[in-house]
Design a protein around this ligand. Sequence first.
Ligand code: PGA
Length: 254
Amino acid sequence: MARKRLIVGNWKMYVESPEEAHAFALALRRRVRGFKGLEVWLAPPHPLLPDVSHVLESSPVRVGAQTVSAHSDGAHTGEVSAKTLKKVGALFTLIGHSERRIAGDTNELVRAQLERALEAGLVPIFCIGERERETDGEHFELLEAQLTSALSTIPKNTLKKLVVAYEPVWAIGKHAADAMQPSELQEMVIFIRKILADMLDRAAALRVPILYGGAVEPQNAASLITEGGVGGLLVGHSSAELDQFLEIIKATQN
Ligand code: PGA
């Protein structure tokens, strides 16, 4: 059976107050009921996670985190461990989002975060993406390095739940017209699958959902999936606007 499409909302810091998050989650719970053929996941800021997860508990929407500590426990002021995230209701965590990498998360740190997430039983959504498009194809090498530096030393049997999100950094935060074109995306998906197949085996690589993120809006959501060949979408700004997020979900039902 084909895997369901996966639509992940990354609220970043767009949703700020507990009241706003609570009302959003309640409305989302009510309005996603009729949608079919897809899974909806949502990543609120850490402090809002327990309540959003509680509100969405008996709904089809799953909740997760935007990042996770590379440490498992101990003296790490300000960090939040994978175990804690799991305990307050997270099912998954984003790892290596470009905004975290710009803030200092190196490939090494990202690998440690991936290990901690897997140990705690969180599904990792591993983000990769080039900052710029190089005409000489340098972005392919960068993507390969991001994937192999994090995944090659991790026992393959622990990667069964891996999700990869390809997010070209130059498209993030922009509008639909600036997003990657579906035809170009198709080429990237083939490339990422090939790298995964070299590291895992072919059957395992085919099972890894590859998402696209970067300027996903209601008008380009469906074509990125059907023509771009991805298994779902990672949605930033449009996931923080309930109506836009619902339009994306509606457009990508299968
Ligand atoms: P965007 O962000 O949809 O606002 O471009 C996507 C992301 O950064 O995950």
